[in-house]
Structure formats: structure tokens, C-alpha cells
Design a protein around this ligand. Structure first.
Ligand code: ADP
Length: 299
């Protein structure tokens, strides 16, 4: 006969219930429009476009969230001057940082230990991290969520496309050089495959604006992004020139290119924002008011 204690059920702690799916659904349904910013390769200005898009939507009076999910190179904290700004939130939840009255920001960069450390994670771990990250940020109600995705067509953009339901679509950023264009072709095909509508293609670093006289110099061959958009049957959102003020704005943590820098660069960004705003039937804020809104941030 078995000793009595052997018949007793082993004591297990109650199993933790995974509420991530539930939390994800709850939070995502409070957000009216979700826009992914994608690129075929790194360094083409994807984060710059994402930051500017979010700042401009907020300046146009839309309650906006900017989510940086670029595990290997989160640059939104730097672009918005928010490094080291994360505050502890309620249990399990992460509170986004307010850049200004209308713009909340969350970056995976806030959670990584050290920006000199390389993050080495395999596909399933990245998927889990992205899912938790999407589910556990307390955005509240938003008009727009702009997601800065990692470059390429690998695990992370796929995770985001699968996890964020009801997405308006993707803004795809490229530069005019052929090497970037062949990657962006893959990116558009990726969107079609995963059922992500393409809002449009932006050709960034398209020509150079002379800092002295403001004239435009065709540094690389221009127009490749536009031709590619036509070839692939997706909208073209415009060309943004190479402009040293974009780099300065990034270092200063004040990306407000639609209003702040003036000239051709500002016009190009405004056209992109107007195109996006047409999607919610609203008009952008008048020029000038928007620029003021973004400068007096409540950080
Ligand atoms: P990605 O997110 O695609 O890796 P980033 O947005 O981080 O690219 O931009 C890479 C670098 O290029 C940054 O230093 C940024 O300031 C600069 N940059 C982006 N777009 C422009 C532009 N139109 N003119 C000048 N510099 C730019």
C-alpha cells in the first residue's frame, strides 16, 4: 500500500491566466485609426516620417499615439527628446509619455537597459514581446496610432500586421536609389500578402535643398519612388528632399517638419499629412496654430 502522503495531489500555485489577447482587443478597439510606417531597409527615414506624422496629426487636433516597436534600433525617444522619460504605471500596464497635450509616446527603447547593448532575440520571443507591448500600453481613446515598425519584411512587421486588427494601412518610406527601391517592392508585396492596405509610398531624401539658397539639387536619381508606386498600383504620397534641418530637428528632439522648417520640405510633409487626414474626413489645423501647439509640449 502506498503511504498516505503519496496519494495527496501535489500543490501547484494557481496557473497564471494569460490576459494578453483580451487586453490587446480592449485597447485596440479604443483607437479609431492605426497607421503602420514601414520601410524595405533601414536608414531611409522611416522613424523621421513616423515622428513627423504623429506630431502633425497631434498638431491638427487629433488625439494621437506614437508607438516605436523597432527592437533593434528604437530612435523615437531621441527624435522627440524623451530619453529616460518612462514613468512606472499601474500593475502590468505601461503609461505612455505625453509629448504634448495631443501626443502620447511609447517606445521599446524606454524598456531596453542600455542603448549600447545589442538585442539578440529570436522570432517567437520578438512576437511575444511585441504582443505584450501592444497589449499593455494604456493609450486610452485615440484618433490615431502611428506605429514605427522595424525595417524589412521579417518577423516584427509580420507580428504587428497580425496583431493590430483593423489597421488603416501602411505608409511605406523609401529613398530614390535602386537598392532601396527593390527592397520597397518587397515591402509592398509583403503588405498585399498579409492583407495590409498600402496608404502610399513616400520618396524621402529626394534631391537636396541647398542650405544657402534653398534651391533643389538632384543628388541621386529622383522619381524612383513615384514610378514604383505607379508600377505597383499604390498611391504616391510625395517626395521629401534631403534637408540638413531634418537632422538638426532630430538632434534637438523637435520634429515638426510640416510647420517648423518651411519651404519645400514643409510642403512635402504637409501633403502627406493632408492625405492621411482625408481618411477621417477632417481638415488639418490652419498653418501656424499647429506649429505653436507642438512647441509648448507638456513633457
Ligand atoms: P530609419 O528609421 O529608416 O532607420 P531615420 O528616420 O532614423 O531612418 O533616419 C536616418 C537618418 O537620416 C537620421 O539621422 C535622420 O535625421 C536623417 N534623415 C531622414 N530623412 C532625412 C531627410 N529628408 N533629409 C536629411 N536627413 C534625413
Amino acid at each position: 500500500m502506498e503511504p498516505r502522503h503519496a496519494a495527496r495531489a501535489p500543490h501547484h500555485p494557481p496557473e497564471a491566466v494569460d490576459r494578453t489577447d483580451e487586453q490587446l482587443a480592449q485597447h485596440m478597439c479604443l483607437i479609431a485609426h492605426k497607421i503602420m510606417v514601414l520601410s524595405g531597409k533601414g536608414g531611409v527615414g522611416k522613424s523621421t516620417v513616423a515622428a513627423n506624422l504623429a506630431v502633425s496629426l497631434a498638431a491638427a487636433g487629433r488625439r494621437t499615439g506614437l508607438l516605436d516597436i523597432d527592437i533593434h534600433g528604437p530612435s523615437i525617444p531621441k527624435l522627440l527628446g524623451l530619453e529616460g522619460a518612462l514613468l512606472p504605471g499601474p500593475a502590468e500596464m505601461l503609461l505612455p509619455i505625453s509629448f504634448n497635450e495631443n501626443l502620447k509616446v511609447m517606445s521599446i527603447g524606454f524598456l531596453l537597459p542600455d542603448d549600447r547593448e545589442a538585442v539578440i532575440w529570436r522570432g517567437p520571443m520578438k512576437h511575444k514581446l511585441i504582443k505584450q507591448f501592444l497589449a499593455q500600453v494604456e493609450w486610452g481613446e485615440l484618433d490615431y496610432l502611428v506605429v514605427d515598425s522595424p525595417p524589412g519584411t521579417g518577423d516584427e512587421p509580420l507580428s504587428i500586421a497580425q496583431l493590430v486588427h483593423g489597421t488603416d494601412g501602411a505608409v511605406v518610406v523609401t529613398t530614390p536609389q535602386e537598392v532601396a527601391l527593390s527592397d520597397v517592392r518587397k515591402c509592398v508585396t509583403f503588405c498585399h500578402r498579409v492583407g495590409l492596405p498600402v496608404i502610399g509610398v513616400i520618396e524621402n531624401m529626394s534631391g537636396l535643398v541647398c542650405p544657402e539658397c534653398g534651391a533643389r539639387i538632384a543628388l541621386f536619381k529622383e522619381g524612383g519612388g513615384e514610378a514604383l508606386a505607379r508600377e505597383m498600383g499604390v498611391p504616391f504620397l510625395g517626395k521629401i528632399p534631403l534637408d540638413p534641418r531634418i537632422v538638426e530637428a532630430g538632434y534637438a528632439g523637435k520634429p515638426d517638419l510640416a510647420h517648423g522648417v518651411g519651404g519645400e520640405t514643409a510642403r512635402a510633409f504637409r501633403r502627406v499629412v493632408e492625405h492621411i487626414l482625408k481618411g477621417d474626413g477632417g481638415a488639418p489645423a490652419p498653418e501656424g496654430t499647429a506649429a505653436r501647439d507642438t512647441k509648448g509640449g507638456s513633457r
